[in-house]
Design a protein around this ligand. Structure first.
Ligand code: SF4
Ligand code: SF4
Length: 253
């Protein structure tokens, strides 16, 4: 397997993965979006709520606030809110009993309090995975096959395909059709459809992928990749152990 970094920021990574099949990249995508343990508010204890929102609505809003998640996720954490109006209560008003587990974005509005309105709530955050509830999802992941664009000798350099491309991937350079930023190609085939001479062919490499991860801030991209690869490793180990059991005791019916 070969991995080439195409783009990296704190919240996004784009890489080219080669010499793997679609099963592997899809397994990696599914684990990243649904099996990474992360913290989210799971239930709340309401001591006082004279705001305009029902307790249930507040619980729903609090559950969707992304929380920072360290690699070691075992215990429950309490985040408390105590505010009196007039004011807007923000995610940043949640006071955590663990300095590592806090709202990532401090200015998410939770509710607005009028004169003499008050809320006093304890939010209990637990670690879970997005397979059981979307509030635990840590990232968005997508991939596409690496495009392959071939021009044959029928090409008369008319330039129609250049105009037809919505991503500016094709250009005429040095009296020939060339591709620039080919990873921007969406495989839409618009260029192919517009070429009357059938001189351009769009396909893809089935063992080469452009793989993108965008995190929600709960964990760094580095931690997400580390955790996801260790989950794949554990699943493979479990499979090998199960297979060895079948070989030893015979096929189950
Ligand atoms: S549209 Fe076809 S013939 Fe025209 S430049 Fe593109 S590939 Fe060549
Ligand atoms: S397939 Fe679509 S995006 Fe790719 S080069 Fe052709 S027109 Fe552009």
């Amino acid at each position: 397997m070969k991995v080439t970094l195409l783009f990296k920021s704190d919240s996004k990574i784009k890489m080219m993965i080669e010499d793997v099949d679609v099963g592997f990249v899809n397994a990696l995508r599914r684990i990243l979006v649904s099996e990474i343990p992360a913290y989210a508010v799971d239930h709340i204890v309401v001591y006082e709520n004279t705001s305009q929102l029902y307790d249930e609505i507040l619980a729903h809003r609090l559950g969707l606030i992304p929380l920072s998640t360290p690699l070691n996720v075992t215990k429950e954490v309490t985040l408390s809110i105590e505010k009196e109006g007039p004011c807007i209560v923000y995610s940043g008003d949640m006071v955590s009993d663990d300095e590592l587990i806090n709202p990532i974005i401090p200015d998410i509005p939770i509710t607005k309090l009028g004169d003499n309105q008050k809320i006093k709530i304890n939010c209990i955050a637990t670690a879970g995975i997005a397979k059981t509830h979307a509030k635990y999802q840590t990232c968005l992941v997508f991939y596409k096959y690496f495009p392959v664009i071939e021009i044959n000798k029928k090409c008369d350099l008319c330039g129609v395909c250049v105009e037809a491309c919505p991503r500016n991937v094709i250009e005429i350079k040095n009296d020939s059709i060339e591709t620039a930023n080919i990873e921007e190609c969406t495989l839409c085939r618009s260029c192919e459809e517009q070429c009357d001479l059938k001189a351009i062919n769009v396909s893809y490499d089935p063992r080469k992928f452009i793989f993108t991860i965008e995190n929600y801030g709960n964990m760094s991209i580095k931690d997400l990749i580390e955790v996801s690869t260790s989950i794949i490793e554990e699943k493979c180990d479990n499979f090998i152990t199960a297979l060895a059991g079948v070989a030893e005791h015979g096929q189950r019916r």
